[in-house]
Ligand binder design. Structure first.
Ligand code: NAG
Ligand code: NAG
Ligand code: NAG
Length: 416
């Protein structure tokens, strides 16, 4: 008769012990079935650890934000980062701690100091929260689409006080397209970041794009998907918390940061299927952001190719004044009252060239006190920026003259 009481007593002691080790709220420990701490000596498959997950757990909805956790500032270590069995990025935790934190154990953690550690994957959806270093925010039922109207919000707390930036990889972001640049059906909005870090409100097709923003002066960040109509939208956003002092931080206030000596930079929603005079093809209105490119060592200048699709039709269309004859638009250096791109101090937008031949176009443009770049059909327009400082591009749009946008390739030039 004594045995069950003793047994039970021991279990409670273990649970309290575990809670203290993991620096958790002791009430959280009660959610873990007693006596179920894994004994992984390299034999039992770790996928079985999902068994410990308590479906009634409210942990995902009660995030352990940095304010509530005593975390050591140096607690984010390279060896605590792992690749889960499905290829996604996770954090190494003891199996029980992983489950307590609302994660999914997905294979072993080879690099961790602890043998019992699992690669813990964190995935949240509408209404949930997390304060983990790596989190995936997906639409309900991803990879299937989510079709209903809804206001879908998640909250991301800092893992420790030593987090300076968040990076968002928009792995999949296919929202309803804009209407003449207005995101009137779906819109993705971020709030709670540093007050002086403005993040655009976007919609449409943006898979492969990314954001960086500062959070060192802020608290919990909210990601809002305002889904106002029925549409087969899908999203999968990977959120990384970057510690202060990390080599992977972007320069302050660069919403986008590119590294490598060559690459492609696109405006938001450039990838939506392109049709002439389609009101849903175009970048969002009322945005203003900075793209930066890391000046790689040994490279001193950069060349941008604005019309790189080679089919004779310039894919560059910014602030164009007319919906017709898009094939005659060219990048021009001008005052650009509406939307513009600034590259190396040059303000660029599209100009509609009135008729042929090329000479005539030049003449009509010079009358408007603008200068045409070398944009014949055969020779794409290339702009070289020889700035001694950082490589920076700014894009600004208002709510007039919405156009398709830019898809430029860049290549850095070695120092002479
Ligand atoms: C887009 O929104 C602006 C104001 O935000 C409005 O003036 C304009 O008429 C809208 N355009 C369309 C096509 O709905
Ligand atoms: C953007 O430019 C790249 C590089 O030239 C090209 O491969 C890609 O197809 C372009 N994207 C679109 C949507 O035109
Ligand atoms: C435009 O490109 C062609 C071919 O490379 C070149 O012959 C011509 O001089 C260029 N014009 C200007 C204004 O740079």
């Amino acid at each position: 008769m004594c045995l069950p009481i003793l047994y039970c007593f021991t279990c409670i002691l273990i649970a309290i012990c575990e809670a203290k080790n993991h620096n958790q709220n002791p009430s959280d420990a009660s959610l873990v079935p007693l006596g179920m701490y894994p004994n992984n000596n390299g034999k039992s498959p770790l996928v079985a650890a999902t068994y410990y997950f308590n479906p009634t757990s409210q942990l995902k909805k009660e995030p352990l934000f940095a304010e509530n956790i005593e975390t050591n500032d140096n607690d984010i270590q390279e060896q605590d980062i792992c690749q889960a069995a499905d290829g996604r990025k996770g954090s190494c935790y003891e199996a029980t701690e992983c489950v307590n934190r609302g994660g999914m154990p997905m294979g072993r953690c080879h690099s961790s100091r602890s043998i019992a550690a699992v690669c813990c994957l964190f995935e949240i959806t509408c209404g949930e929260s997390s304060s983990e270093q790596f989190v995936y925010f997906r639409n309900p039922n991803f990879p299937r689409s989510y079709d209903n109207p809804r206001i879908c919000r998640v909250r991301i707390g800092k893992k420790s006080k030593n987090i300076c930036q968040y990076k968002l990889d928009l792995l999949t972001l296919n929202l309803a397209p804009p209407n003449y640049g207005n995101c009137s059906q779906d819109v993705f909005i971020i709030s709670g970041q540093n007050e002086n870090h403005v993040i655009p409100k976007i919609c449409g097709s943006n898979s492969g794009q990314h954001y960086y923003f500062g959070v060192d002066e802020s608290g919990v960040v909210s990601l809002h998907m305002l889904l106002l109509s029925s549409y087969k939208r899908r999203f999968d956003i990977f959120i990384t918390q970057i510690p202060c002092g990390s080599e992977t931080l972007a320069p302050s206030h660069c919403l986008q940061y590119y590294t490598g000596t060559y690459g492609v930079i696109k405006s938001f929603n450039y990838d939506s299927p392109f049709l002439e005079s389609d009101s849903s093809t175009g970048y969002p209105n009322d945005i203003d952001y900075i793209m930066c490119i890391k000046k790689e060592s040994g490279f001193c200048s950069i060349s941008y190719d604005l019309s790189s699709n080679g089919d004779g039709i310039s894919p560059f269309a910014v602030g164009s004044s007319s919906e017709t004859e898009k094939s005659l638009w060219r990048p021009i250096v001008a005052q650009c009252r509406d939307d513009y791109l600034t590259i190396g101090g040059i303000r660029l937008c599209s100009g509609k060239l009135n008729g042929h031949p090329y000479e005539e176009q030049l003449e009509s443009l010079s009358r408007q006190d603008t200068t045409i770049l070398n944009a014949t059909l055969a020779y794409p327009t290339v702009i070289t920026d020889t700035t001694p400082g950082p490589f920076v591009i700014r894009f600004v749009s208002n709510n007039a003259n919405n156009a398709r946008g830019f898809n430029l390739t860049y290549r850095q030039n070695p120092c002479k």
